[in-house]
Design a protein around this ligand. Structure first.
Ligand SMILES: NC(=O)c1ccc[n+]([C@@H]2O[C@H](COP(=O)([O-])OP(=O)(O)OC[C@H]3O[C@@H](n4cnc5c(N)ncnc54)[C@H](OP(=O)(O)O)[C@@H]3O)[C@@H](O)[C@H]2O)c1
Length: 245
C-alpha cells in the first residue's frame, strides 16, 4: 500500500534527538520505516534516563556538542545518504544569565549558529536525495520573552533562517521548513512543570488547556518531511494548542 508518510528506506538525522521533542520526532520517523540517527550531549546512550524523556532504543547515537563549530565539522554520519535533517537542538539559561556574555554566547551558538553550520555541512547529501530540513524554533521567536533575550532572539533567528534557506535551496530541490512549538513537557520546561502555580497559569493561557507532547510535534515534522508538503518551503508551522493566539 502506498503511503505518503512511509519513510521506509529513508535516512534521518535528528540533532537534539536524545531527549524530549527531538526524541519523539526520531521515534516517529523510525516507526514509519526510516533509519534514524540522533545527536546529543552525553558520552554514551546509557547515560540517558527514560525519566528525562529519552528512549534511544532503535536509534543510532553520536555525542556532538553543537555549541562548538569544530565539533560539528568533525562529526560524521553513519549513512552515506541523508533524506531528512531535523534540527531540534536547544538550550536556555535561566536566572538572567542570558543578559551576560557567556549565557548569550552559549545560547546563540547552540540555538542559532549551529543550525547554519549543520545545514551547510549536510547540504551535499540533501542535494543528492532532494531531501528536506526541519528546524525546530519556538513561539518564543515571535514575541518578547521575559528573562531570556538570547532564547527569544535565537528562535526568531531560526524562523528567519528557515525562510532564507528555504528560498535559497528551493531551486536545488531541497525544502527547508520549521515548526514552532508552544509549551511541551520536557526537561527544558521543568522550571514551569515542577512549579504548580506556574503550571496552572500556563495551562490557563493555552486555549486547548493542555501542554503539547513530543508526539504532537512529531506529527507536524512527519507532515513537513513528507510528500504531502511537497510545495511547502520556508514555512514555520506553529504547533502550540493556540497559545500564541
Ligand atoms: N519544550 C518546550 O516547551 C519547547 C517549546 C518551544 C520550543 N522548544 C524547542 O524544542 C527543541 C527541543 O527541546 P526540548 O523541549 O525537547 O528539550 P530537551 O529535552 O532538553 O531537548 C533538547 C535537545 O537538544 C540537545 N542539546 C542541547 N544542547 C546541545 C548541545 N550543545 N549540543 C548538542 N545537543 C544539544 C539535548 O541533548 P541532551 O539530551 O544531551 O541534553 C536534547 O537532545 C529545542 O530547540 C527547544 O528550544 C521546546
Amino acid at each position: 500500500m502506498h503511503s505518503d508518510t512511509d519513510f521506509t528506506g529513508k535516512t534521518v538525522l535528528v540533532v537534539g534527538g536524545s531527549s524530549g521533542i527531538g526524541n519523539g520526532i526520531a521515534h516517529a520517523f523510525r516507526e514509519r520505516g526510516a533509519q534514524v540517527h540522533v545527536w546529543g550531549t552525553r558520552a554514551d546512550p546509557a547515560d540517558y534516563d527514560p525519566a528525562d524523556g529519552s528512549d534511544l532504543s532503535g536509534l543510532g547515537y553520536t555525542c556532538v556538542d553543537v555549541g562548538d563549530p569544530d565539533a560539528i565539522e568533525a562529526a560524521s554520519l553513519p549513512f552515506g545518504t541523508l533524506d531528512v535533517l531535523v534540527l531540534c537542538q536547544g538550550t536556555v539559561v535561566y536566572k538572567r544569565g542570558e543578559f551576560e556574555r557567556p549565557g548569550w554566547d552559549r545560547v546563540m551558538a547552540v540555538n542559532l549558529d549551529s543550525l547554519m553550520h549543520i545545514a551547510r555541512k549536510f547540504k551535499p547529501q540533501l542535494l543528492d536525495s532532494r531531501g528536506s530540513v526541519i528546524v525546530v524554533s519556538s513561539i518564543s521567536g515571535l514575541k518578547a520573552n521575559i528573562g531570556n533575550p538570547a532564547y527569544a532572539a535565537s528562535k526568531a533567528g531560526a524562523i528567519s533562517l528557515t525562510k532564507t534557506l528555504g528560498q535559497a535551496w528551493a531551486p536545488e530541490g531541497i525544502r527547508v521548513n520549521g515548526l514552532a512549538p508552544g509549551l511541551v513537557d520536557t526537561k527544558l520546561t521543568k522550571v514551569t512543570t515542577q512549579n504548580p502555580e506556574r503550571m496552572a497559569g500556563a495551562l490557563a493561557s493555552i486555549p486547548q488547556r493542555r501542554m503539547g507532547t513530543p508526539a504532537d510535534m512529531a506529527g507536524a515534522a512527519i507532515f513537513l518531511a513528507s510528500p504531502l508538503a511537497s510545495y511547502v518551503t520556508g514555512h514555520t508551522l506553529i504547533v502550540d494548542g493556540g497559545l500564541s493566539l
